[in-house]
Design a protein around this ligand. Structure first.
Ligand SMILES: Cc1ncc(COP(=O)(O)O)c(C=O)c1O
Length: 426
Protein backbone atom coordinates (compact mmCIF):
# COMPACT_ATOMS: atom_id res chain seq x y z
CA UNK A 1 0.00 0.00 0.00
CA UNK A 2 1.42 3.39 -1.00
CA UNK A 3 0.71 6.07 1.53
CA UNK A 4 0.61 9.71 0.41
CA UNK A 5 -0.09 11.59 3.52
CA UNK A 6 -0.32 15.21 2.54
CA UNK A 7 -3.25 14.67 0.17
CA UNK A 8 -5.12 12.13 2.35
CA UNK A 9 -8.45 12.87 3.99
CA UNK A 10 -9.00 12.18 7.68
CA UNK A 11 -11.12 9.14 6.80
CA UNK A 12 -8.40 7.70 4.59
CA UNK A 13 -5.84 8.26 7.31
CA UNK A 14 -8.02 6.49 9.86
CA UNK A 15 -8.48 3.55 7.56
CA UNK A 16 -4.76 3.32 6.86
CA UNK A 17 -4.03 3.48 10.54
CA UNK A 18 -6.41 0.58 11.23
CA UNK A 19 -4.86 -1.54 8.53
CA UNK A 20 -1.29 -0.76 9.60
CA UNK A 21 -2.14 -1.32 13.26
CA UNK A 22 -3.44 -4.82 12.44
CA UNK A 23 -0.24 -5.66 10.55
CA UNK A 24 1.84 -4.22 13.39
CA UNK A 25 0.05 -6.28 16.06
CA UNK A 26 0.59 -9.39 13.97
CA UNK A 27 4.34 -8.71 13.76
CA UNK A 28 4.58 -8.02 17.49
CA UNK A 29 3.35 -11.56 18.14
CA UNK A 30 6.43 -12.99 16.41
CA UNK A 31 8.65 -11.87 19.31
CA UNK A 32 11.51 -10.89 17.03
CA UNK A 33 14.93 -10.00 18.36
CA UNK A 34 16.74 -8.14 15.57
CA UNK A 35 19.32 -5.39 15.65
CA UNK A 36 20.04 -2.67 13.09
CA UNK A 37 22.17 -0.51 15.39
CA UNK A 38 25.58 -1.98 14.92
CA UNK A 39 27.85 -0.44 12.32
CA UNK A 40 30.30 -3.26 12.58
CA UNK A 41 31.53 -5.96 10.20
CA UNK A 42 29.74 -9.31 10.16
CA UNK A 43 31.57 -12.49 11.18
CA UNK A 44 31.78 -13.39 7.47
CA UNK A 45 33.72 -10.18 6.84
CA UNK A 46 35.99 -10.75 9.82
CA UNK A 47 36.84 -14.21 8.49
CA UNK A 48 38.42 -12.58 5.42
CA UNK A 49 41.35 -11.55 7.64
CA UNK A 50 41.74 -14.65 9.80
CA UNK A 51 45.09 -15.34 8.14
CA UNK A 52 46.46 -12.63 10.45
CA UNK A 53 46.57 -15.28 13.14
CA UNK A 54 49.92 -17.03 12.82
CA UNK A 55 51.03 -15.06 9.78
CA UNK A 56 54.33 -14.05 11.41
CA UNK A 57 55.26 -17.68 11.96
CA UNK A 58 58.00 -16.76 14.42
CA UNK A 59 59.58 -14.09 12.21
CA UNK A 60 59.15 -10.79 14.05
CA UNK A 61 61.55 -8.67 11.95
CA UNK A 62 60.00 -5.92 9.86
CA UNK A 63 61.24 -5.40 6.28
CA UNK A 64 63.47 -2.63 7.69
CA UNK A 65 65.03 -5.03 10.19
CA UNK A 66 63.16 -3.81 13.27
CA UNK A 67 62.52 -6.39 16.00
CA UNK A 68 58.85 -5.64 16.45
CA UNK A 69 58.67 -7.40 19.81
CA UNK A 70 60.61 -4.67 21.51
CA UNK A 71 59.76 -1.19 22.76
CA UNK A 72 59.97 1.96 20.71
CA UNK A 73 59.00 3.56 17.44
CA UNK A 74 56.33 6.10 18.39
CA UNK A 75 55.67 6.84 14.69
CA UNK A 76 54.90 3.18 13.94
CA UNK A 77 56.73 0.80 11.60
CA UNK A 78 57.80 2.32 8.28
CA UNK A 79 55.89 -0.41 6.38
CA UNK A 80 52.72 0.37 8.37
CA UNK A 81 53.08 4.10 7.81
CA UNK A 82 53.35 3.28 4.10
CA UNK A 83 50.10 1.29 4.33
CA UNK A 84 48.39 4.30 5.94
CA UNK A 85 49.87 6.54 3.27
CA UNK A 86 48.34 4.36 0.55
CA UNK A 87 44.95 4.44 2.22
CA UNK A 88 44.99 8.19 2.74
CA UNK A 89 46.90 8.97 -0.48
CA UNK A 90 49.55 11.07 1.26
CA UNK A 91 53.35 10.75 1.63
CA UNK A 92 54.60 8.18 4.15
CA UNK A 93 56.61 10.82 6.09
CA UNK A 94 53.34 12.56 6.96
CA UNK A 95 51.78 9.44 8.56
CA UNK A 96 51.96 7.91 12.01
CA UNK A 97 50.68 4.36 12.53
CA UNK A 98 49.24 3.72 15.97
CA UNK A 99 47.12 1.24 17.90
CA UNK A 100 43.80 -0.29 16.95
CA UNK A 101 41.56 2.77 17.02
CA UNK A 102 41.46 5.96 14.98
CA UNK A 103 38.91 7.26 17.46
CA UNK A 104 41.62 7.14 20.12
CA UNK A 105 43.93 9.14 17.84
CA UNK A 106 41.16 11.67 17.28
CA UNK A 107 40.62 11.96 21.00
CA UNK A 108 44.37 12.50 21.47
CA UNK A 109 44.36 15.13 18.77
CA UNK A 110 41.43 17.04 20.26
CA UNK A 111 43.07 16.81 23.66
CA UNK A 112 46.34 18.15 22.22
CA UNK A 113 44.55 21.18 20.80
CA UNK A 114 42.59 21.69 23.98
CA UNK A 115 45.43 21.35 26.48
CA UNK A 116 48.48 22.55 24.57
CA UNK A 117 47.44 24.02 21.20
CA UNK A 118 48.80 22.91 17.83
CA UNK A 119 52.02 24.21 16.27
CA UNK A 120 52.56 27.03 18.75
CA UNK A 121 48.96 28.31 18.72
CA UNK A 122 46.98 29.09 21.86
CA UNK A 123 45.46 26.10 23.74
CA UNK A 124 41.71 26.01 23.11
CA UNK A 125 40.99 25.81 26.84
CA UNK A 126 42.15 29.42 27.17
CA UNK A 127 39.23 30.57 25.01
CA UNK A 128 35.93 31.65 26.56
CA UNK A 129 33.81 29.33 24.41
CA UNK A 130 35.75 27.07 22.02
CA UNK A 131 33.49 25.22 19.60
CA UNK A 132 33.46 22.75 16.71
CA UNK A 133 31.38 22.78 13.58
CA UNK A 134 29.47 19.53 13.31
CA UNK A 135 27.95 18.52 9.96
CA UNK A 136 24.63 16.83 10.77
CA UNK A 137 23.57 14.12 10.74
CA UNK A 138 27.03 12.90 11.78
CA UNK A 139 28.99 10.36 13.82
CA UNK A 140 27.86 10.32 17.45
CA UNK A 141 31.30 9.46 18.86
CA UNK A 142 32.82 12.64 17.40
CA UNK A 143 30.19 14.61 19.26
CA UNK A 144 30.83 12.68 22.48
CA UNK A 145 34.50 13.77 22.44
CA UNK A 146 33.51 17.44 22.26
CA UNK A 147 30.77 17.03 24.84
CA UNK A 148 33.12 15.33 27.28
CA UNK A 149 35.68 18.15 27.04
CA UNK A 150 33.07 20.90 27.24
CA UNK A 151 33.76 22.05 23.67
CA UNK A 152 30.64 23.63 22.17
CA UNK A 153 29.09 22.22 19.01
CA UNK A 154 27.39 24.07 16.17
CA UNK A 155 25.22 22.11 13.73
CA UNK A 156 25.84 22.56 10.02
CA UNK A 157 23.46 20.82 7.59
CA UNK A 158 24.84 18.16 5.26
CA UNK A 159 24.00 18.45 1.57
CA UNK A 160 24.47 15.92 -1.23
CA UNK A 161 28.04 17.25 -1.80
CA UNK A 162 29.19 17.67 1.81
CA UNK A 163 28.56 20.22 4.56
CA UNK A 164 26.67 23.39 3.56
CA UNK A 165 29.75 25.49 2.82
CA UNK A 166 28.02 28.90 2.76
CA UNK A 167 27.01 28.30 6.38
CA UNK A 168 30.45 26.94 7.30
CA UNK A 169 32.28 29.95 5.81
CA UNK A 170 29.94 32.45 7.43
CA UNK A 171 30.31 30.86 10.87
CA UNK A 172 34.10 30.58 10.65
CA UNK A 173 34.45 34.19 9.45
CA UNK A 174 32.21 35.55 12.19
CA UNK A 175 33.43 33.52 15.17
CA UNK A 176 37.15 33.17 15.93
CA UNK A 177 36.32 30.73 18.73
CA UNK A 178 35.38 28.08 16.18
CA UNK A 179 38.51 26.00 16.58
CA UNK A 180 37.56 22.73 14.94
CA UNK A 181 35.32 20.88 12.54
CA UNK A 182 34.43 17.21 12.16
CA UNK A 183 34.38 15.78 8.64
CA UNK A 184 33.74 12.25 7.38
CA UNK A 185 34.55 13.11 3.77
CA UNK A 186 33.93 9.80 2.01
CA UNK A 187 30.74 7.75 2.47
CA UNK A 188 29.93 9.99 5.38
CA UNK A 189 28.50 8.43 8.53
CA UNK A 190 25.51 8.22 8.27
CA UNK A 191 24.45 9.86 4.98
CA UNK A 192 26.90 8.05 2.70
CA UNK A 193 27.72 11.33 0.93
CA UNK A 194 31.21 11.95 -0.53
CA UNK A 195 32.47 15.55 -0.56
CA UNK A 196 32.98 17.04 -4.03
CA UNK A 197 35.88 19.17 -5.28
CA UNK A 198 34.20 22.49 -4.53
CA UNK A 199 33.54 21.46 -0.91
CA UNK A 200 37.09 20.16 -0.43
CA UNK A 201 38.62 23.34 -1.89
CA UNK A 202 36.46 25.61 0.24
CA UNK A 203 37.25 23.57 3.37
CA UNK A 204 40.96 23.93 2.61
CA UNK A 205 40.51 27.70 2.35
CA UNK A 206 39.02 28.02 5.85
CA UNK A 207 42.53 28.08 7.32
CA UNK A 208 43.02 31.50 5.68
CA UNK A 209 40.25 33.13 7.68
CA UNK A 210 39.83 30.98 10.80
CA UNK A 211 41.60 31.27 14.13
CA UNK A 212 45.22 30.04 13.59
CA UNK A 213 44.49 27.20 16.05
CA UNK A 214 41.55 25.95 13.91
CA UNK A 215 41.84 22.34 12.76
CA UNK A 216 39.63 20.20 10.51
CA UNK A 217 39.39 16.61 11.76
CA UNK A 218 39.28 14.72 8.45
CA UNK A 219 38.05 11.29 9.54
CA UNK A 220 38.47 9.23 6.38
CA UNK A 221 37.15 6.05 8.01
CA UNK A 222 35.65 4.79 4.72
CA UNK A 223 38.49 5.77 2.37
CA UNK A 224 38.61 2.37 0.62
CA UNK A 225 35.13 1.09 1.40
CA UNK A 226 33.57 1.41 -2.06
CA UNK A 227 30.67 -0.95 -2.79
CA UNK A 228 30.49 -0.84 -6.58
CA UNK A 229 32.28 1.71 -8.75
CA UNK A 230 35.26 3.57 -7.27
CA UNK A 231 34.19 6.92 -5.83
CA UNK A 232 36.90 9.57 -5.93
CA UNK A 233 37.40 11.84 -2.94
CA UNK A 234 39.33 14.97 -3.99
CA UNK A 235 42.61 15.36 -2.09
CA UNK A 236 42.35 17.71 0.89
CA UNK A 237 46.14 17.63 1.15
CA UNK A 238 46.60 19.03 -2.37
CA UNK A 239 43.93 21.64 -1.68
CA UNK A 240 45.67 22.82 1.50
CA UNK A 241 49.03 23.00 -0.30
CA UNK A 242 47.44 25.18 -3.00
CA UNK A 243 45.93 27.43 -0.36
CA UNK A 244 48.91 27.53 1.99
CA UNK A 245 46.85 26.04 4.84
CA UNK A 246 48.58 22.69 5.40
CA UNK A 247 48.42 23.05 9.19
CA UNK A 248 44.63 23.39 9.17
CA UNK A 249 43.79 19.72 8.50
CA UNK A 250 44.53 16.50 10.39
CA UNK A 251 43.56 13.26 8.65
CA UNK A 252 42.62 9.90 10.18
CA UNK A 253 41.94 6.36 8.97
CA UNK A 254 42.11 2.82 10.26
CA UNK A 255 41.87 -0.82 9.26
CA UNK A 256 38.95 -1.38 11.66
CA UNK A 257 36.56 -2.22 8.82
CA UNK A 258 39.27 -3.80 6.72
CA UNK A 259 40.69 -6.55 8.92
CA UNK A 260 39.64 -7.39 12.50
CA UNK A 261 37.65 -4.43 13.79
CA UNK A 262 39.02 -4.59 17.31
CA UNK A 263 42.59 -5.47 16.40
CA UNK A 264 43.65 -3.30 13.49
CA UNK A 265 45.90 -0.29 12.94
CA UNK A 266 44.94 3.38 13.07
CA UNK A 267 46.64 6.20 11.17
CA UNK A 268 46.99 9.93 11.56
CA UNK A 269 48.41 12.16 8.85
CA UNK A 270 49.29 15.83 9.20
CA UNK A 271 51.90 18.53 8.62
CA UNK A 272 55.19 18.06 10.45
CA UNK A 273 54.27 20.91 12.83
CA UNK A 274 51.01 19.17 13.75
CA UNK A 275 52.67 15.77 14.07
CA UNK A 276 55.29 17.30 16.39
CA UNK A 277 52.51 18.68 18.61
CA UNK A 278 50.76 15.31 18.68
CA UNK A 279 53.95 13.40 19.45
CA UNK A 280 54.88 15.74 22.28
CA UNK A 281 51.69 14.72 24.06
CA UNK A 282 51.79 11.05 23.01
CA UNK A 283 55.33 10.40 24.14
CA UNK A 284 54.27 11.15 27.68
CA UNK A 285 51.63 8.43 27.37
CA UNK A 286 53.33 5.59 25.51
CA UNK A 287 56.69 4.31 24.36
CA UNK A 288 55.19 3.06 21.13
CA UNK A 289 52.31 1.17 19.48
CA UNK A 290 51.81 -2.59 19.02
CA UNK A 291 54.36 -3.14 16.25
CA UNK A 292 53.80 -6.92 16.20
CA UNK A 293 50.24 -6.32 15.04
CA UNK A 294 51.42 -3.66 12.62
CA UNK A 295 53.80 -6.19 11.07
CA UNK A 296 51.03 -8.79 10.82
CA UNK A 297 49.05 -6.33 8.71
CA UNK A 298 52.01 -5.60 6.45
CA UNK A 299 52.46 -9.33 5.85
CA UNK A 300 48.76 -9.63 4.97
CA UNK A 301 48.95 -6.67 2.59
CA UNK A 302 52.51 -6.39 1.27
CA UNK A 303 51.09 -4.37 -1.63
CA UNK A 304 48.22 -1.92 -1.89
CA UNK A 305 46.66 -3.89 -4.77
CA UNK A 306 46.14 -6.83 -2.39
CA UNK A 307 44.38 -4.55 0.05
CA UNK A 308 42.12 -3.30 -2.73
CA UNK A 309 41.27 -6.88 -3.74
CA UNK A 310 40.51 -7.63 -0.10
CA UNK A 311 38.11 -4.66 -0.01
CA UNK A 312 36.32 -6.05 -3.06
CA UNK A 313 35.61 -9.19 -1.06
CA UNK A 314 34.10 -7.05 1.67
CA UNK A 315 32.00 -5.29 -0.97
CA UNK A 316 30.68 -8.62 -2.27
CA UNK A 317 29.38 -9.41 1.21
CA UNK A 318 28.02 -5.94 1.91
CA UNK A 319 26.41 -5.16 -1.44
CA UNK A 320 23.36 -7.48 -1.11
CA UNK A 321 22.69 -6.03 2.34
CA UNK A 322 22.68 -2.46 1.08
CA UNK A 323 20.54 -3.54 -1.86
CA UNK A 324 18.09 -5.18 0.54
CA UNK A 325 17.65 -1.99 2.58
CA UNK A 326 17.34 0.19 -0.50
CA UNK A 327 14.82 -2.21 -2.11
CA UNK A 328 12.59 -2.03 0.97
CA UNK A 329 12.79 1.77 1.09
CA UNK A 330 12.20 2.16 -2.63
CA UNK A 331 9.24 -0.26 -2.67
CA UNK A 332 7.60 1.32 0.34
CA UNK A 333 8.39 4.98 -0.12
CA UNK A 334 9.54 5.42 -3.72
CA UNK A 335 6.49 7.49 -4.65
CA UNK A 336 5.37 8.55 -1.19
CA UNK A 337 5.85 11.60 0.98
CA UNK A 338 6.87 9.56 4.02
CA UNK A 339 10.60 10.07 3.95
CA UNK A 340 13.82 10.52 2.03
CA UNK A 341 17.17 8.79 1.93
CA UNK A 342 20.53 8.76 0.14
CA UNK A 343 21.75 5.78 -1.90
CA UNK A 344 25.36 5.40 -0.82
CA UNK A 345 28.01 3.73 -2.98
CA UNK A 346 30.03 2.64 0.03
CA UNK A 347 30.59 3.01 3.74
CA UNK A 348 28.50 1.38 6.44
CA UNK A 349 25.22 3.24 6.71
CA UNK A 350 22.00 4.32 5.10
CA UNK A 351 20.40 7.41 6.55
CA UNK A 352 16.62 7.78 6.44
CA UNK A 353 14.75 11.00 7.18
CA UNK A 354 11.15 10.52 8.28
CA UNK A 355 8.54 13.27 8.13
CA UNK A 356 9.35 15.89 10.78
CA UNK A 357 8.58 14.74 14.32
CA UNK A 358 8.35 10.98 13.65
CA UNK A 359 11.81 9.46 14.27
CA UNK A 360 11.48 8.85 18.02
CA UNK A 361 8.12 7.14 17.56
CA UNK A 362 9.45 4.95 14.73
CA UNK A 363 12.33 3.80 16.94
CA UNK A 364 9.93 3.10 19.81
CA UNK A 365 7.48 1.13 17.65
CA UNK A 366 10.32 -0.88 16.10
CA UNK A 367 11.76 -1.69 19.53
CA UNK A 368 8.36 -2.96 20.72
CA UNK A 369 8.18 -5.15 17.63
CA UNK A 370 11.63 -6.56 18.41
CA UNK A 371 13.83 -4.49 16.06
CA UNK A 372 16.49 -2.40 17.72
CA UNK A 373 17.47 0.83 16.01
CA UNK A 374 20.04 3.49 16.91
CA UNK A 375 18.22 5.95 19.22
CA UNK A 376 16.63 8.84 17.36
CA UNK A 377 18.81 11.92 17.76
CA UNK A 378 22.05 9.96 18.15
CA UNK A 379 23.38 11.39 14.89
CA UNK A 380 23.19 14.94 16.29
CA UNK A 381 25.24 16.77 18.96
CA UNK A 382 23.82 16.30 22.45
CA UNK A 383 21.50 13.61 21.01
CA UNK A 384 19.07 16.30 19.83
CA UNK A 385 17.72 16.08 16.30
CA UNK A 386 15.92 19.44 16.04
CA UNK A 387 13.39 18.05 13.55
CA UNK A 388 13.22 14.56 15.05
CA UNK A 389 13.64 12.96 11.61
CA UNK A 390 16.90 11.09 11.23
CA UNK A 391 17.24 7.31 11.54
CA UNK A 392 20.56 5.57 10.94
CA UNK A 393 20.31 2.11 9.40
CA UNK A 394 23.35 -0.15 9.81
CA UNK A 395 22.98 -3.15 7.48
CA UNK A 396 26.42 -4.78 7.79
CA UNK A 397 26.10 -7.00 10.86
CA UNK A 398 22.87 -9.05 10.65
CA UNK A 399 22.55 -11.96 8.22
CA UNK A 400 20.61 -11.08 5.05
CA UNK A 401 17.37 -12.87 6.06
CA UNK A 402 17.31 -11.09 9.42
CA UNK A 403 17.98 -7.77 7.72
CA UNK A 404 15.11 -8.44 5.33
CA UNK A 405 12.71 -9.12 8.19
CA UNK A 406 13.97 -6.13 10.18
CA UNK A 407 13.45 -3.84 7.20
CA UNK A 408 9.85 -5.05 6.74
CA UNK A 409 9.22 -4.12 10.35
CA UNK A 410 10.97 -0.77 10.03
CA UNK A 411 8.99 0.16 6.94
CA UNK A 412 5.74 -0.69 8.68
CA UNK A 413 6.72 1.35 11.75
CA UNK A 414 7.59 4.35 9.58
CA UNK A 415 4.17 4.16 7.91
CA UNK A 416 2.30 3.74 11.18
CA UNK A 417 4.14 6.54 12.98
CA UNK A 418 3.68 8.89 10.01
CA UNK A 419 -0.06 8.25 9.70
CA UNK A 420 -0.61 8.67 13.43
CA UNK A 421 1.40 11.88 13.49
CA UNK A 422 -0.66 13.29 10.65
CA UNK A 423 -3.91 12.25 12.34
CA UNK A 424 -2.92 14.21 15.42
CA UNK A 425 -2.51 17.30 13.28
CA UNK A 426 -5.56 16.75 11.06
C1 LIG B 1 33.24 7.85 10.88
C2 LIG B 1 33.87 6.89 11.79
N1 LIG B 1 35.06 7.17 12.35
C3 LIG B 1 35.67 6.32 13.19
C4 LIG B 1 35.09 5.12 13.53
C5 LIG B 1 35.80 4.22 14.49
O1 LIG B 1 37.05 3.95 13.98
P1 LIG B 1 38.12 3.10 14.80
O2 LIG B 1 37.63 1.73 14.91
O3 LIG B 1 39.35 3.23 13.96
O4 LIG B 1 38.29 3.78 16.14
C6 LIG B 1 33.85 4.78 12.99
C7 LIG B 1 33.19 3.52 13.36
O5 LIG B 1 32.06 3.27 13.08
C8 LIG B 1 33.24 5.68 12.11
O6 LIG B 1 32.04 5.41 11.55
Amino acid sequence: MTVRIDSATRNQLQEWEKELETQYQRICQHELNLDLTRGKPSAEQLHLSDRLDGILNGDYRSPDGIDTRNYGGLDGLPCSRALGADILQVPTEEVMAGGNSSLTLMYHAVLTGYLFGFAGTKPWREMAAPKFLCPVPGYDRHFTICEQLGIGMVNVPMTATGPDMDTVEKLVREDQEIIGMWCVPKFSNPTGVTYNQDTVTRLAQLGQVANPGFRIFWDNAYAIHDLDQHVNLPSIRSATIENDTTDSVIQFASTSKVTHAGAGIAFVSASSANLDSLKKQMQAMTIGPDKVNQLRHSRLFPEFTLLKEHMQQHAEILKPKFECVLKHLENAFGDSDLGSWEKPHGGYFISFDTRPGCATEVVRLAAEAGVKLTPAGATFPYGKDPENRNIRIAPSFPPLEELDTAMSVLVLCIKLASVREQLQKA
